[in-house]
Design a binder for this molecule. Structure first.
Ligand SMILES: [Zn+2]
Ligand SMILES: [Zn+2]
Length: 239
């Protein structure tokens, strides 16, 4: 089980099934240290959320029932320039910014070259801390090797998304892409971040699926930044 899980969706997203308090109680039961709430950016179809939601996140207590609450977002890359769907003002208020291409957003599939360019521009923008599920290319084909390299060069963490290593989300090259991702991260002496992408409390911090594939993808415990909270917080520039 992860002690730090920064990829969580609550009922506020419009398509997840538990409240923040339920996540906190679950996290307490799992003896976790911190959870990060990271709702999808407001441009996603069906999002029951707008900028105001993110603006008032700082009114939440920092610690509840012994669990540190981090304020994040899983923003959407919305155009060929790599723009994301949240303003600079909000970016400055949040603890961390995650982003990627998602279906049901203003970004429509533009082919491998354009998808890669848009993602690289988002990486180079300096606005993003974490690129979510970058090894998943089914909806948006991408040159993953280029993206992994750019992320490492620009200090953007690459995510091993636990939801996308589950059977229903596996694509033919999932493990191949993960292997490439890990070898690139290793080459640049970086670490990967692991996130559950929980849409309910039972998915929170559950990394049992990862344990089974670690050898296969060449991942070692010492390459996972979740195991080094000080380093993780330093990378996110939070205390
Ligand atoms: Zn996502
Ligand atoms: Zn997500």
């Amino acid at each position: 089980m992860l002690k730090y899980d920064l990829h969580i969706h609550t009922v506020a997203s419009g398509h997840a099934h538990n409240t923040l308090l339920e996540y906190i109680n679950q996290a307490k039961g799992l003896k976790m240290k911190a959870i990060g709430i990271s709702e999808h950016g407001p441009s996603m179809d069906g999002a029951a959320i707008n900028e105001v939601y993110f603006r008032v996140l700082d009114r939440l207590p920092e610690i509840v029932h012994g669990i540190r609450i981090l304020r994040g977002i899983e923003a959407n890359i919305i155009d060929a320039k790599g723009s994301i769907d949240i303003s600079e003002k909000i970016i400055g208020k949040l603890d961390y910014i995650m982003a990627s291409l998602h279906s049901g957003t203003p970004y429509k599939e533009r082919g491998k070259k354009m998808n890669t360019e848009a993602t690289i521009k988002a990486i180079r923008s300096g606005k993003i801390d974490i690129l979510t599920h970058p090894f998943f290319t089914k909806d948006f084909p991408m040159d993953v090797e280029k993206i992994f390299k750019e992320a490492c060069l620009h200090n953007v963490m690459l995510e091993i998304n636990l939801s996308y290593v589950k059977e229903r989300k596996i694509q033919p090259d999932t493990f191949e892409n993960l292997k490439k991702m890990i070898s690139t991260v290793k080459k640049y002496k970086k670490k990967v971040i692991v996130g559950s992408d929980a849409h309910n409390i039972w998915e929170l911090a559950d990394d049992s699926g990862l344990e089974k594939i670690m050898d296969k993808i060449g991942l070692k415990e010492n390459m996972i930044i979740n195991n080094y909270p000080k380093e993780l917080f330093a990378q996110l520039e939070i205390e």
